[in-house]
Design a protein around this ligand. Structure first.
Ligand code: OKP
Ligand code: ZN
Length: 320
């Protein structure tokens, strides 16, 4: 049996035509085709255990997001015509998370995907992969931003944390400000992130080394910013430090916020990781021998995204 892959095409409902960067309209990098690329490559490479998500109660979203925020997104989304785009004035941190008619439904579907995969891991599956979009790790308690609306990984980690402690390893190129803030004062959830130095890259205002958690969460937030141009061996060295943090915390579950925008040919990012390195990375993660939920975050090279995902999953298969 191969790794269960949870996927639904309801994400297609969200496909904004453009984003605004420094006042200029650009093509939207977080394209629906990203997941098409991943699913095609997985099927082609023998990952055939594909599962439709089941519907979860919306109450699980309210554990990580304010009710007014959730209903704002729903109402604004559903009030739009098919081709309308809204950059709201409230509940938003930047110009990279516009609302369209299908945004709310797609965002809810991503939560269903990640919770279905979390449930499998909780039920004894060693690894499950949630192929979801829109991504989540920039979404905070009451704000959307950076292509994110609901924080899929945080909602799943919260769900798993009811049964035991959780470590979140965020390997997306960008710092997951939303996930960090969700668990910043908690002792039962560790957040460890490797990302481009926020001095050079989005989200600019968080992801620095001195953000280490507060109160019961003190010491349980770890940021590893890396310079532009980081390559495989430099990344591997930092990954080992991050994995040592996870080992020391000794959690019951691991959630990996898996962004593939660290890839050398990503169109909007600046690291230099190669496709075979993702398998190596996954093997090191799998050596933790923890029940692991993989949550799709970023990754914008539509053409190569599928090959990266396949390489990554191969690293987990070896440990089965
Ligand atoms: C989301 B995830 C480029 C600027 C856009 C927004 C990045 C959001 C990344 N035109 N910056 O973490 O991959
Ligand atoms: Zn990213």
């Amino acid at each position: 049996m191969t790794i269960p892959i949870v996927y639904t095409d309801r994400h297609l409902l969200h496909n904004p035509p453009y984003e605004i960067y420094d006042g200029v309209k650009e093509s939207y990098a977080e394209k629906a085709k990203r997941l098409t690329s991943i699913m095609a490559a997985l099927k082609k490479n023998g990952f055939k255990n594909i599962i439709e998500p089941r519907k979860f109660s919306l109450e699980l979203i309210t554990q990580m997001h304010q009710r007014q925020y959730i209903s704002f997104l729903q109402k604004r989304s559903e009030g739009l015509k098919k081709d309308e785009l809204l950059h709201p004035s409230y509940f938003i941190t930047d110009t990279y998370a516009p609302i369209t008619n299908g945004t709310y439904d797609a965002a809810v579907s991503a939560v269903d995907v990640v919770l279905t995969a979390a449930e499998l891991v909780q039920g004894g599956e060693p690894t499950a992969y949630a192929v979801c979009r829109p991504p989540g790790h920039h979404a905070e308690y009451k704000s959307m931003g950076g292509y994110c609306y609901f924080n899929n990984a945080a909602i799943a980690a919260e769900y798993l944390s009811k049964k035991g402690s959780v470590a979140i390893l965020d390997i997306d190129y960008h710092h997951g400000n939303g996930t960090q803030s969700a668990f910043y004062d908690r002792s039962d959830v560790l957040y460890v992130s490797i990302h481009a130095d926020p001095a050079d890259a989005y989200p600019y205002i968080s992801g620095f080394v001195d953000e280490q958690g507060v109160r019961e969460g003190k010491g349980l937030n770890k940021n590893y910013p890396l310079p532009l141009g980081t390559n495989d061996s430099q990344y591997a060295e930092t990954l080992n430090k991050a994995l040592a943090d996870v080992r020391k915390f000794n959690p019951k579950y691991l959630v990996v916020s898996a962004g593939f925008d660290t890839y050398q040919h990503d169109p909007i990012c600046g690291f230099r990781l190669t496709i075979p390195f993702y398998e190596q990375m996954a093997q090191s993660i799998a050596e933790l021998k923890l029940p692991t939920l993989i949550v799709q975050e970023g990754g914008y090279n539509v053409k190569d995204l599928g090959d990266i995902a396949v390489s990554f999953l191969k690293g987990f298969k070896k440990s089965e």
